[in-house]
Unconditional design. Structure first.
Length: 393
């Protein structure tokens, strides 16, 4: 049963670009969980950047939207927006503040130094491992990890591997609450023709074109495979980067770069029409793009790293970070239609059992109630070195 408004919490969500979700995984989680908590009787406010949605609406799906300023800069945009949002939140009577992204640890520190508000941190993945960061960026992210682990009333880990990392590296227990996904079918298959595609005629990948997402491995593997199917790559990047220039220098005419795909519903149709989905992301926790692909019923080939392996279990083909191995796995699914169908069914069933947004919302609600009640402050971090086996320990 939904919670009554008299028992509801006043919750602020900070550290994202805002909702409705128009950007990435943080925004999708804030959108789904924010609306879910509001439906359960909580007063939820999400801090947004201006221009995130047309007209900067004041309300969305039962959630209050507040807008604060930021510096429009690649490195400073998130930090400055979270800073102004925190300063605004401290003037209000929220019961608990929810921050996304460990990089926001410095602004969140103000919440603890100011009026000592309960703070819950979704720390995401290990951003300091991203190859785009230099020594200064990597150092900042590691310091921010330490601060977030230190100041948070509770850390939320979106994967068991990240939970283990925080317990081992920072001696900080956390609660495992993953991202979620929807199980969806195609609604407008004709959209594929706008991209010159037919159902089942292409391998698909959708992610930012950054080195740690390994689109170069995918392209080099596909170049080795004899097939009349295409490789379709959706995703934006700095197209002046040497990495992207090397990607686009392929001489294989079967490789198609779509760039960012923002048209409503188009990513769904591209997923649903694909023969198979290639997921090469190697940094971070539970990846929303992987969950989305599984919810759409893709036959998934995923890079074999702990974060991906724990999500897919037996619902995908795992491949090593090696074009030769990925090419072999591509040939495997091309030669075994029964395997493709089996993986498609398993992918949806895996999402159905473990990654439903209503279950995720309940997980956040449980953590936020305990944080607001001060329960976590009476439980010092464990130094046993043993990974806490249950979602809530």
């Amino acid at each position: 049963m939904p919670a009554s408004h008299t028992n509801g919490l006043k919750i602020a969500i900070l550290g994202t670009r805002g909702i409705p979700a128009n950007y990435g995984g943080f925004e999708t989680c804030a959108d789904e969980v924010g609306r879910g908590l509001a439906a359960r009787g909580h007063a939820v406010t999400v801090y947004c950047r201006t221009g995130n949605a047309p007209g900067d609406p004041a309300e969305y799906g039962g959630v209050t939207l507040r807008y604060t300023g930021h510096i429009e800069h690649k490195a400073l945009g998130t930090l400055t927006h979270t800073l102004t949002a925190t300063l605004d939140a401290l003037r209000r009577d929220f019961d608990v503040l929810v921050y996304f992204n460990a990089a926001n640890a410095l602004p969140a520190l103000l919440a603890k130094l100011g009026r000592s508000r309960p703070v819950v941190f979704n720390v995401d993945g290990l951003d300091w491992k991203r190859r785009k960061w230099g020594p200064l960026g990597r150092t900042y992210y590691q310091v921010a990890e330490w601060i977030s682990a230190t100041i948070a009333d509770r850390v939320v880990s979106d994967s068991r591997a990240i939970q283990a990392y925080y317990h081992s590296r920072w001696k900080t227990p956390s609660t495992f609450v993953p991202y979620g996904a929807h199980i969806e079918d195609p609604e407008r298959p004709a959209v594929l023709r706008e991209y010159g595609l037919e159902p089942d005629s292409y391998f698909f990948t959708a992610s930012r074109l950054e080195p740690e997402n390994n689109a170069d491995i995918t392209v080099r593997a596909f170049e080795q495979v004899v097939t009349d199917k295409r490789l379709v790559i959706a995703g934006g990047a700095n197209y002046q980067s040497a990495f992207v220039q090397r990607l686009r220098a392929t001489t294989d005419s079967r490789v198609v770069f779509l760039g960012p795909v923002y048209a409503p519903g188009h990513i769904r149709e591209l997923h649903c029409g694909a023969f198979a989905y290639i997921h090469g992301n190697e940094v971070g926790g539970t990846n929303p793009a992987l969950l989305k692909a599984m919810g759409y019923g893709n036959c998934v080939l995923a890079l074999d790293v702990p974060y991906n392996a724990e999500v897919v279990v037996d619902a995908a083909v795992l491949y090593r970070k090696d074009p030769v191995d990925l090419a072999e796995k591509m040939r495997l699914v091309l030669s075994d239609r029964a395997l493709v169908q089996r993986l498609r069914e398993r992918a949806r069933e895996r999402v159905r059992r473990a990654y439903q947004w209503d279950q995720v919302t309940v997980g956040y609600e449980r953590v936020l109630r305990r944080a607001a009640a001060g329960e976590y402050r009476s439980r010092p971090p464990s130094d046993s070195g043993v990974l806490l086996p249950e979602a809530e320990a």
